[in-house]
Design a protein around this ligand. Structure first.
Ligand code: HEM
Length: 403
């Protein structure tokens, strides 16, 4: 293909939460193709499940954003690449060294120990919704989907209870799709300033939380410095937050759109785990993180990719690959998916560090939501739902409901 023909990426969703139609076409016609980004760069787009997995485990490819050719999705991304990198943007061995400093707070065992807190947080929010009643429609985002994941990560980080309302306000500004870039950037700066002060204060009073663990790493010569502590804490505070909010909202709408599956879940809350598995596959709401750049020339399915060329490995497309998921466009919570093959959380070394946590939160939400609010329904028509912009990650920005 010549560059003039390269389609512009990201592709747009045709409507609501439907993935871009271009992915299905490319899977059957051209699994490795060039696309054009906002800055006229032309990375490769990889759309088949097997090749996406190959890209995400190929050590000849880099996730370092400063590497020339790394595909940036927005001008803001280019600016972010100049910041001090955290493990998200590092390659081996530095990547694992820094990731391991916080990994124990995200193991299945640690997440299991958090489950009572998660369930209590979900249930107390649902109980207050029940108590509050719904004479007028209630925005589920504000009163449920946004606070739950924020409160859980604050707990892990060790944010003092008295600071939670301030942080929640800042986080709402960051994730609210209608904030301007400048306002969102100010909120980021405020959060970083806040964390810097907290790290200083906590240094004299170490506890059992994640920030204290990072400060302790800082005390080991050659490990990390104070700026790293603040950057990693900030990363964990904000990474995945918007995705979690979107997954809760998308889960509610998806269940309402599939009443017999909703009925099954209502009767048997243990179906929450397979429901969450399918929800994450079907919507794949974090679909731009899996980008890489070639460090040397490589060949992928016969296609030469030169050193310095970027690659977007589309986990969103891979999760709709019929070679791996029969009838991929059908939402079916009874599908027996191998979690490792579900690429919603990525694949390989950079696979989401918080996967177990995210699953536990979503499971707690969908075990209880329709139990506590059995008549929960939309207060608007389906075609009035405010989805994220069509070329952005799929999400729902506002969800008026009644029950
Ligand atoms: C349903 C919710 C979530 C989804 C779908 C999701 C998805 C992803 C994906 C696709 C990646 C892979 C990036 C790559 O291969 O380069 C990733 C990485 C990551 N996620 Fe999540 N995520 C979620 C929730 C969270 C939460 C709640 C947090 C923080 C508490 C988080 C923190 C991270 C971090 C730090 C990484 C980087 C891991 C690394 O580079 O080693 N995620 N996530």
């Amino acid at each position: 293909m010549t560059s003039q023909e390269d389609p512009t990426f990201p592709f747009a969703r045709p409507k609501a939460a439907e993935p871009p139609a271009e992915f299905a076409t490319l899977r059957s016609t051209c699994p490795i193709s060039r696309v054009k980004l906002w800055d006229n760069s032309e990375p490769w787009l990889v759309v088949k499940h097997d090749e996406v997995c190959n890209v995400l485990t190929d050590t000849r490819l880099s996730k370092e954003r400063q590497c020339p050719g790394y595909p940036e999705m927005t001008p803001g991304g280019k600016a972010a690449a100049k910041n001090r990198p955290t493990f998200v943007d590092m390659d081996a061995p530095d990547h694992m060294r820094q990731r391991n400093m916080v990994a124990r707070f995200f193991t299945q065992e640690y997440v299991n120990s958090l489950k009572p807190f998660i369930t209590e947080t979900v249930n107390s929010h649902l109980d207050s919704l029940v108590k509050k009643g719904c004479e007028k429609p209630v925005n589920l985002v504000e009163h449920f989907s946004l606070p739950i994941p924020s409160l859980v990560i604050y707990h892990i980080l060790g944010i003092p209870v008295e600071d939670i309302s301030y942080l929640t306000e800042m986080n709402a500004v960051r994730t609210n799709g209608s904030s301007t870039a400048a306002v969102a950037q100010d909120a980021n700066r405020d959060l970083l300033d806040y964390l810097t002060k907290l790290v200083d204060k906590r240094a004299t009073d170490l506890k059992e939380d994640l920030i204290s663990a990072l400060i302790a790493e800082q005390l080991t010569p050659g490990h990390i410095d104070k700026l790293d502590v603040v950057q990693v804490a900030f990363l964990l505070l904000v990474a995945g937050n918007a995705t979690m909010v979107n997954m809760i909202n998308l889960g509610v709408v998806t269940l309402l759109e599939h009443p017999s599956q909703l009925e099954g879940l209502r009767k048997d809350p243990s179906l929450a785990a397979p429901f969450v598995e399918e929800l994450c596959r079907y919507h794949t709401a974090s679909s731009f993180a899996t980008r890489r750049v070639a460090k040397v020339d490589i060949t992928l399915k016969g296609q030469i990719i030169k050193a310095g060329e970027g690659i977007i490995a589309s986990n969103q497309s891979a999760n709709r690959d019929a070679d791996v998921f029969p009838d991929p466009d059908i939402f079916n919570l009874h599908r027996k998916t191998d979690s490792v093959k579900n690429l919603a959380f990525g694949f390989g070394d950079h696979r989401c560090i918080a996967e177990a946590l995210a699953r536990a939160e979503l499971e707690a939400v969908f075990e209880s939501l329709f139990q506590k609010l059995p008549n929960l329904r939309l207060a608007i028509d389906y075609d009035e739902i405010k989805y994220s912009a069509p070329h952005k990650d799929v999400g729902i920005v506002e969800l008026p409901v009644i029950w």
